[in-house]
Design a binder for this molecule. Sequence first.
Ligand code: HEC
Ligand code: HEC
Ligand code: HEC
Ligand code: HEC
Ligand code: HEC
Length: 222
Amino acid sequence: MQLFPRKANALPTVSLFGALGGGVFVVLLAWYYLSPEFYEVGYQPDQPVPYNHAFHAGELGMDCRYCHNHVEQSPHANVPSTQTCMNCHGVVATDSEKLLPVRESWATGVPIEWVKVHHLPDYAQFNHSVHVNIGVGCASCHGRIDQMEVVYQAEPLSMGWCLECHRAPEEHLVPPDEVTNLAYLEEIKQDDERYAQLISTNLERIENEGIKPPQNCSACHY
Ligand code: HEC
Ligand code: HEC
Ligand code: HEC
Ligand code: HEC
Ligand code: HEC
């Protein structure tokens, strides 16, 4: 493919700038489409330990923040350290074969190498604490993790997807103390009256608290 046809040389500077901008865009597009599969919905890598969210977060009912304790304070979420697992597995299922890598990590001090599932390209900025503290629930971006035996990417995490929510945040906000209640929004949506109530509460919050998700390029790309 010829990106800059020879006759472009003769065009005025203005269109040269256009061509350069187009060039950058093509590079970004190529980068995007050649990127590995981990940007895609359904991506579900093998993990070094068969840790099960449906059991720990679903059945045992553990709060997400017991393990992902940085989500409210930091731009980046974290996966837990081996210590967090050993709080229980120092006494629970101590002879389990499946927990062997956890006990090894504990004995040697070498962290478990969890494979990252969700991944944004470096040229896009994202801040967890901002979203979580204002009342965007984990489920809006990660799906029903509390029902997943093995975590997979449930949402596209594409620019269009980010903007869809930024244009209509009233459809997505939950009360901030319900962000780790992954069923909250799903349940409310089944009841027209409660959903209408939530929307009007959210519109009030957006007005009173000045909630204004950005749509300008430089908010997410700098
Ligand atoms: C007992 C600890 C624990 C609890 C509780 C827990 N998680 Fe996790 N989480 C992990 C571990 C370990 C991993 C890394 C392995 C994996 O992906 O399964 C992980 C991975 C994840 C990932 C994928 C991270 C990536 O690589 O992109 C998401 C998203 C996530 N958890 C969300 C949640 C949500 C939402 C909850 C609450 C419903 C929750 N977790 C509860 C331990 C926990
Ligand atoms: C709050 C306590 C608690 C914490 C913290 C915890 N677990 Fe568990 N886990 C349990 C219980 C209870 C079981 C069920 C044990 C059984 O069936 O005997 C279990 C079972 C498991 C099993 C299945 C064991 C088997 O042989 O079937 C794995 C694997 C596991 N946990 C991994 C982890 C990892 C990895 C972490 C840290 C990210 C973690 N757990 C943190 C309580 C916990
Ligand atoms: C508005 C969308 C959004 C919300 C809400 C959200 N996340 Fe995320 N999460 C993301 C994106 C996007 C990434 C990938 C970030 C990156 O690659 O920089 C991610 C990554 C993660 C990771 C992987 C971190 C790592 O470095 O391996 C964990 C764990 C996680 N999220 C947990 C949670 C939990 C728990 C909640 C709820 C308390 C939550 N997230 C709420 C969008 C969101
Ligand atoms: C489900 C809804 C939702 C999704 C999805 C979402 N956001 Fe947001 N975002 C919000 C809300 C609500 C705010 C406003 C917060 C405020 O005004 O305090 C916000 C604010 C922001 C901000 C400004 C605050 C800051 O961090 O500097 C940035 C940047 C941002 N989002 C980036 C992203 C990116 C990148 C994605 C996609 C990977 C994304 N958002 C996906 C709801 C969402
Ligand atoms: C709310 C956050 C947000 C805003 C605002 C935003 N972007 Fe993006 N943009 C992203 C994310 C996230 C990606 C990565 C998408 C992916 O990995 O699929 C991206 C990707 C891109 C790409 C790569 C190709 C593509 O379409 O995926 C280009 C080019 C781009 N953005 C340009 C822009 C321009 C120009 C603007 C302003 C008109 C803008 N962006 C505004 C979040 C944003």
